[in-house]
Design a protein around this ligand. Structure first.
Ligand code: ZN
Length: 272
């Protein structure tokens, strides 16, 4: 055996016989990133002080927000008390500036009634994002809801008619009114509201453990609240309702309050 091969095999042994088991994660440790984790079903998992639910197959999930600069300690504790931990610091990103012109006056400067409507919508969306079900559909990964050109990305600083507004948290896909929207992962329909003030026809799907998808500006939903959907199932139709200049699909993803990047979520490889 050559000297090089001996060194290589020694290194290999060192890895194999290491007593420190590795925490198994998939996804980018990055602002807006979604992370899937896998462990034993009876382990408990914490991210800093927060307890993350672990499924009967050992799946757990979390995500980083747009401007996350925190340092996280991910800790996995076995029933016998032994622990493993990993430090996670999300990599910072630069976001685009995006200008949208031609928004109607009634939407730029909403009247009292419209403001009340928008407030009610916001409340409804905050409530729906608090839900944490035992569904584990998030663990199977995510596919694009449309085979179409991407016209808007996550995180960009938005200016509407020159006025700075909240950043854009979704991924926009081109599409004519009525074109199909597919479920990026299986899940359960949590909410369908045909006429929210800013987001128009709005559908929310629960993928489990606080992971939800929102679909905005729709012209129709093909599913009902409470219904289970399969990955790839056509669930809705593209529209131009709400604060838009033309028809398109806006797909957003949330881990409870944290809005993460659907394009990063699609790159996450499921853990088996
Ligand atoms: Zn959008």
């Amino acid at each position: 055996m050559s000297k090089l091969k001996v060194i290589a095999s020694l290194c290999f042994s060192a890895v194999v016989f290491s007593t420190q088991a590795e925490i198994q994660l998939s996804g980018e440790i990055k602002q807006g990133g979604l992370i899937l984790g896998k462990t034993q079903a009876n382990d408990s998992v914490t991210l800093n002080e927060r307890v993350l639910p672990v499924s009967s197959k050992g799946d757990y999930v979390f995500a980083f927000s747009r401007n996350d600069t925190k340092k996280y300690i991910l800790k996995v504790t076995s029933p016998d008390g032994s622990t493993e931990q990993k430090t996670l610091i999300p990599v910072q990103r630069d976001y685009k500036i995006s200008r949208v012109e031609g928004i109607k006056k009634s939407i730029m400067n909403p009247n009292k009634k419209a403001n009340e409507r928008a407030k009610k919508d916001r409340k409804m969306m905050i409530e729906v994002r608090k839900i944490s079900s035992d569904l584990t559909d998030f663990s199977q990964g995510f596919i694009a809801p449309r085979k179409a050109r991407i016209t808007g990305v996550y995180g960009s600083q938005r200016f509407y008619n020159g006025v700075p507004k909240n950043p854009h948290f979704g991924v926009d896909y081109a599409g004519a009114i009525g074109s199909p929207v597919k479920a990026p992962a299986a899940g359960k329909v949590l909410l369908w509201v045909p006429d929210m003030f800013y987001s128009g026809g709005t559908l929310v799907i629960d993928h489990g453990h606080g992971i939800t998808s929102n679909f905005l500006h729709l012209s129709a939903s093909l599913v009902k609240e409470g219904e289970h959907v399969k990955q790839g199932q056509v669930i809705a139709k593209v529209g131009n309702s709400g604060r838009v200049t033309g028809p398109h699909l806006d797909w957003r993803m949330n881990w409870h309050k944290v809005r993460f990047d659907p394009q990063l979520a699609m790159k996450v490889i499921p853990l088996n």
